[in-house]
Design a protein around this ligand. Structure first.
Ligand SMILES: Nc1ncnc2c1ncn2[C@@H]1O[C@H](COP(=O)(O)OP(=O)(O)OP(=O)(O)O)[C@@H](O)[C@H]1O
Ligand SMILES: [Mg+2]
Length: 254
């Protein structure tokens, strides 16, 4: 377990932009340290907004987010990963991965060492000198993951990270993400529109719905966390996907 993986609780969380009607209201959620939560819900219901509130990049309009039981707690080291890997085209893989370390003033030899280790962890050890336009989509996303891991985050926020990738690469990255998670067990929020991805990754699938949105259903996914590709072919997995799909569609707007 990552020593700083936080327990997170939202209580009556509310977010309104300006004087518009709230996007989220009365949103209650508890996530134990090291757990993976998948967030599903209709487009525009407020999933990305929820991640930004948890990251602290947006102010709350009401309610509270508790880290380890405290509303005013210092935020844990947090990684935020988006669908766009946001790599700088003029930097090679090594320097893209080490950029956050450079921005925090770490010495060159130290950041090279950390960035090389993180690159190897995501299978990019042979691509350190390549530029983003010389990488495949999957490799770019691996570089984005490696960069997010440079500060050994306790909290990982992923917003549809693999949505732009083909199905095979996406499945492989799901498996690799679980292998990375098994090592440090960050508390993880994973936003996706894919029920199969949500069920494969998560300990718990949280469905947001309503207007304003709140948690309308929670599906516990009972498979052990040491999940491998073979899970996808198991009947129990297919059944969990079917059950989660039915529960998602039960709450989606007509
Ligand atoms: N900065 C902002 N100012 C005003 N409204 C915003 C802002 N950010 C988000 N919204 C609104 O909040 C609502 C929720 O947006 P959000 O991006 O969180 O949805 P989402 O669930 O992530 O959707 P998608 O699945 O399409 O990514 C939308 O109606 C959106 O227009
Ligand atoms: Mg979104």
């Amino acid at each position: 377990m990552h020593p700083l993986a936080p327990h997170i609780e939202t209580r009556g969380l509310r977010k309104a932009f300006g004087d518009q009607p709230p996007v989220l209201d009365g949103l209650d959620l508890v996530v134990e340290p090291g757990r993976i939560i998948a967030l599903l819900g209709a487009s525009g219901c407020g999933k990305s907004t929820l991640l930004r509130l948890i990251a602290g990049t947006l102010p709350l309009s009401g309610g509270a987010i508790l880290f380890n039981g405290e509303a005013q707690a210092e935020r844990p080291e947090t990684a935020f990963i988006f669908q766009d890997p946001v790599l700088l085209p003029w930097l090679d893989t090594l320097h893209n991965i080490s950029l956050p370390l450079r921005l925090r003033g770490m010495a060159a030899h130290e950041r090279r060492e950390i960035a090389t280790e993180r690159a190897c962890r995501v299978g990019l050890g042979e691509a350190l000198g390549r530029y983003p336009d010389e990488l495949s989509g999957g490799m770019r996303m691996r570089a984005s993951l490696a960069r997010a891991l440079t500060f050994s985050p306790g909290l990982m926020l992923l917003d549809e990270p693999f949505g732009a990738l083909d199905a095979i690469t996406r499945n492989r990255l799901n498996e690799e993400l679980l292998a990375l998670h098994a090592r440090e067990r960050w508390t993880t929020f994973f936003v996706t529109h894919s029920v199969t991805e949500a069920v494969f990754l998560a300990d718990r699938v949280v469905i947001l719905g309503g207007s304003p949105a709140r948690v309308v259903d929670v599906v516990e996914i009972a498979f052990a966390q040491a999940r491998s590709a073979s899970l996808r072919t198991q009947i129990a997995y297919q059944q969990a996907v079917a059950e989660t799909t039915a529960r998602l569609y039960a709450v989606l707007p007509a």
